[in-house]
Design a protein around this ligand. Structure first.
Ligand code: SF4
Ligand code: SF4
Length: 960
């Protein structure tokens, strides 16, 4: 059978069996990699049922998944992947009276929480991936999260399983049934009615009866037991809850079509209390006392995590934010009012100071500080995966759990085990439920290293079992722990798991080789693939990754923050297309597969990689927002430089990439140039020649470039310190008024303004087309042209944020051994930074107005916009800093025809452009980036101002 064709014929879903999609779905967030047969994106339940039917007929296994963020390898397999997150993702109903909700499997947790919030309700378990994880995935995994503690206090248990009322499922052999709590009468009726459902229920009852005593004896009664199948839910005392028994079966037994879930009250107010202890184990020892106060969240972490979070800039160095200590508990209280939650926190805080507890406690009342502390905890995975100057760390023993009252002792023993094996890893986790997270510096790249990991895992499993704990308290078994299950449960219960699976999936078609009869822990490791790929010659240095491009690609830990549907900058193309290939993760994965050469076989000439990178706006959003700093803009430039080597690029590459040359040539006859670009007929031809979208306007050239008019002005006194104003191509030729305004602002700040002796360009647009040879020449010219000034330590002020980012970011990567490159990088400032850091006495002029501020993505990623926001506030401007992400223009991207223009407009229309249109006429629209300004002005007709113009015109008192 032609499986792909048959799936296309019989389902309405999208069927993707091409190499690109097989590569995209070849791994999850784990150490494992298995290339799937193909991918189906079902639109509804009928598509899922039919896909299973077709695959059954073809003898093909099936793997259902959501956002694919699993850490134990349960979401990669040699199977047909059913990705429900794309289309099958609605929140169907919230019933506040019954406190339940109905969802499709691909529904995002935060969508459910948003729908429940107006009713004062929420969903208890909330993994760190709550912005994009799917409820189907949470059910498959039996997920938990920070507020599982609250879920446990509010009702029947902490885990997702405990929130399930009913599931609509389809079995491995295609039987659709609704399952939930089942009374003995109902059970008898279903069995009596016969058919496949009767057979399944009879088999389940038999399994329960045979294993009841063993289940009671061997299943640890702890809040975070996620390992193994949920057989205790079949026991009579638990209501023979078939739906809950299926939760956590990791897609190996059934596929979920719809879920009815329990909601719990959402506290109106929350207060955070942080307590510092001598070490992390002492913090864990205090957990039982803290739990008596019924917090809604109880997390912990150690000093190593604080060190790593500080190193990557998540926690400001020396901020003194955390109370004194080397191990901390984060304790959150809820209440009907701020007073109530705060009173609970203060009560515990005073108890903490008692000699018995010996802690230093601090109640957080400031929202920003509270957010910062939570960010340390939430970013732990990223902070510990690639901590600067430390070895890479990996999952593998990342979520063991013990009874909360034994956590302190367990941590001490586990640390000793690390020391025995010479491993390192930070400790953090859901301490209130005895669950510990850690990533370890495993060597998964050599055979000896892998063998050592295997030995460690055996000992770690023995240790956790000796504490009456669970191998997994959150992320499931998949392939990472399945082989260890006999240690925890004994062979009889493992046989019961096998039987449980067979009841639902007699032919073993659903996610085979995971949880039961699993692949070995050390099989299918993706590090084995990178081990065999020789590092290629690259243009950039990748110093932080040891000069090794494949290792840079391994940075992506797959947790999928780049799949957030909104918020922050990363990742604009994903936000508008919703395609995995247009997420940062998808791109990193395709590049990884390209180097591996197994699925993506054309190397640097891969069309698949080109297509995925084509819609990357090179906004650098991932460089700042991704927890491990995946720098896709650089990888894109790297790829394109190889892809186009010795080949003709598209027209737009020469039109936009070489804009510095065109603008210079056109400035010799600006009136002619503007006639050709601004008059309808010739302009259409010009757009056609440049590969520009007909709906875009070509920016008008200034009559006189900034440099020409600057040279004729009266210089300020020699005695002043000099600031070198760098006239970038855009402000020099298209917006000289901005550069003049900046010069006047710098003078009013006490500086004498100089400009480079000759016309220079940083070559920013060249990166978008991978013209890195030329970019290097441009930069060499800059270094030669500015060498004297650079060596005197003269500061360089750059008005265009993306050009400033070239000097700060790309330059050291292309000239790693040139001390002048390092100097220029360190001496470059955007205007706001310069005023804040080099002109501390500068008083910005007052301007009591409202404004919208669109920060340039590159500024947000590399230089940050905090100084600029501060200056605007000091001016008395009521400034709205938009959480709009990339404006969509992104250099030349939005000017280019077709899909680029469409994506560009969709990015802009997400937040920025509607906000600008809504703004009152006298609200200032502030944007420093040339492309941001073009996007706003072309799409809304509103005038924009650079910070320099805002300051200068306020200085002159001429803003009306
Ligand atoms: S690119 Fe970054 S945010 Fe996206 S999955 Fe990878 S590590 Fe996570
Ligand atoms: S550079 Fe921007 S568009 Fe490209 S992957 Fe990163 S966040 Fe996405």
């Amino acid at each position: 059978m032609d499986l792909e064709a048959e799936l296309r014929r019989r389902t309405r879903g999208e069927v993707r069996f091409d190499a690109k999609h097989r590569a995209l779905y070849s791994t999850d967030s784990s150490n494992y990699r298995q290339v799937p047969i193909g991918v189906v994106l079902p639109r509804d339940a009928a598509d899922v049922v039919e896909t299973l039917a077709v695959c059954r007929e073809a003898g093909a296994p099936v793997l259902s998944r959501g956002a694919g963020t699993s850490l134990a390898g349960q979401c990669c397999n040699v199977a047909v992947v059913l990705d429900c997150s794309r289309h099958f993702n609605r929140v169907l109903e919230v019933d506040p009276a019954r406190r339940i909700a109905r969802v499709e499997p691909g529904a995002i947790l935060d969508d459910l929480r948003r729908a429940a919030q107006p009713h004062g309700l929420t969903f208890g378990p909330d993994p760190a991936t709550h912005e994009y994880c799917t409820l189907g995935g949470m059910i498959g995994n039996d997920s938990c999260g920070v507020h599982s503690v609250m879920a446990a206090f509010e009702g029947e248990g902490a885990k997702t399983a405990d929130q399930i009322v009913e599931l609509d499922v389809v079995t491995g052999d295609g039987i659709r049934m609704k399952v939930g709590r089942t009374s003995e009468e109902e059970l008898a009726r279903i069995v009596a009615e016969g058919g496949r459902p009767g057979e399944i229920y009879a088999a389940l009852a038999k399994l329960r009866d045979e294993y009841a005593e063993r289940i009671r004896a061997r299943f640890p009664n702890i809040p975070r037991r996620v390992s193994g199948f949920n057989l205790p839910y079949l026991l009579p005392e638990n209501g023979f809850h078939v739906a809950r028994a299926l939760a956590g079966s990791e897609g190996t037994c059934v596929t979920v079509l719809e879920a009815t879930l329990r909601l719990i009250p959402n506290p109106k107010a929350r207060t955070l209390l942080v307590a510092g202890f001598d070490d992390v184990a002492a913090a864990a020892d205090a957990v039982p006392r803290v739990l008596e106060h019924r917090p809604i969240g109880l997390e912990g972490f150690d000093d190593r995590l604080v060190e790593d979070a500080t190193a990557i800039g998540i926690l400001p160095a020396g901020s003194g934010l955390l109370p004194r200590g080397r191990g901390w508990l984060l304790i959150e209280f809820g209440g009907e009012s701020r007073e109530e939650s705060e009173a609970k926190a203060r009560r515990l805080a005073s108890e903490m100071a008692s000699p018995a507890m010996g802690a230093v406690a601090k109640v957080f009342t400031d929202a920003t500080e509270t957010w910062l502390v939570w960010r340390v905890r939430e970013s732990a995975l990223g902070a510990t995966a690639h901590a600067p100057g430390k070895p890479l760390t990996w999952e593998g023993w990342e979520d063991s759990a013990v009874p909360p009252e034994k956590l302190g002792a367990y941590l001490r023993d586990l640390r000793r085990l690390y020391e025995k094996h010479r491993y390192e890893g930070d400790f953090y986790g859901h301490f209130g439920q005895g669950c510990l997270h850690t990533r370890i510096n495993f060597d998964l790249e050599t055979k000896e290293g892998v063998a050592k990991v295997r030995r460690f895992l055996d000992e770690a499993a023995d240790l956790v079992v000796s504490y009456g704990g669970s191998l997994s308290g959150e992320h499931g078994d998949g392939q990472a722990r399945a082989e260890l299950l006999p240690k925890m449960y004994g062979p009889e219960l493992v046989e019961a798991f096998r039987r449980f699976k067979r009841i639902w999936d007699p032919e073993g078609r659903l996610n085979p080789g995971k949880v039961v009869d699993a692949y070995a822990i050390t099989e299918n490791l993706r590090q084995a693939v990178s081990r065999t790929a020789a590092p290629p010659e690259t243009e950039f240095e990748y110093r932080e990754d040891g000069g090794n491009f494949p290792r840079a690609l391994l940075r992506c830990v797959g947790v999928g923050k780049c799949r957030r549907p909104s918020g922050g900058t990363m990742c604009p193309s994903w936000m508008v297309t919703g395609e995995e290939e247009h997420s940062t993760r998808g791109r990193a994965r395709l590049l990884f597969e390209m180097l591996a050469g197994e699925t993506i076989t054309a190397g640097w000439r891969s069309r698949e990689v080109y297509e995925a990178l084509d819609l990357c706006l090179a906004c650098k959003g991932c460089k700042s927002d991704c927890p491990v700093g995946v720098d896709m803009a650089t990888y894109k430039a790297e790829f394109l430089s190889h892809y186009w080597r010795r080949r003709l690029r598209p027209r737009s590459a020469y039109a936009f990439g070489l804009i510095a040359w065109w603008a210079r040539a056109a400035s010799a006859a600006p009136r002619l140039a503007n006639f050709l670009t601004q008059t309808p007929g010739p302009a259409s031809l010009a757009r056609l020649a440049a590969g520009m979208d007909p709906r875009r306007k070509i920016p008008r050239l200034a009559g006189t470039p900034f440099r020409s008019s600057f040279e004729s002005r009266v210089p300020s006194p020699e005695s002043r310190p000099v600031a070198l104003l760098f006239p970038d191509t855009f402000n020099n030729f298209f917006r000289p008024a901005t550069a003049h305004a900046a010069a006047r602002v710098l003078e009013s700040a006490g500086y004498r303004v100089g400009i480079p002796r000759r016309l220079l360009c940083c070559g920013r647009p060249l990166y978008d087309y991978g013209m890195l040879g030329l970019a290097r020449k441009f930069l060499r010219r800059v270094l030669e042209g500015l060498r004297e000034e650079i060596r005197t330590g003269m500061p360089v002020v750059v008005l265009e944020p993306s050009c400033a980012a070239v000097f700060r970011d790309e330059l050291p990567g292309l000239f790693p051994n040139d001390p002048d490159a390092a100097r220029l990088s360190a001496q470059t400032f955007v205007l706001s930074e310069f005023l804040a850091k080099r002109a501390p006495g500068y008083r910005p002029p007052p301007l009591p107005r409202k404004a919208i501020f669109q920060g340039h993505c590159h500024q947000r990623a590399i230089m940050k916009t905090t100084d600029e926001e501060e200056i605007l506030r000091r001016m008395g401007i009521e400034v709205a800093v938009l959480d709009s992400g990339c404006c969509g223009m992104a250099g030349a991207f939005g000017f280019e025809k077709g899909e680029h223009y469409d994506v560009s407009m969709r990015c802009g229309e997400r937040v920025l452009l509607p906000e600008v249109r809504r703004a009152a006429r006298d609200t200032l629209i502030i944007a420093d980036g040339f492309s941001c300004r073009e996007q706003i002005e072309q799409a809304t007709g509103r005038e924009t101002l650079h910070l320099a113009e805002v300051l200068e015109t306020a200085q002159r008192g001429s803003i009306t």
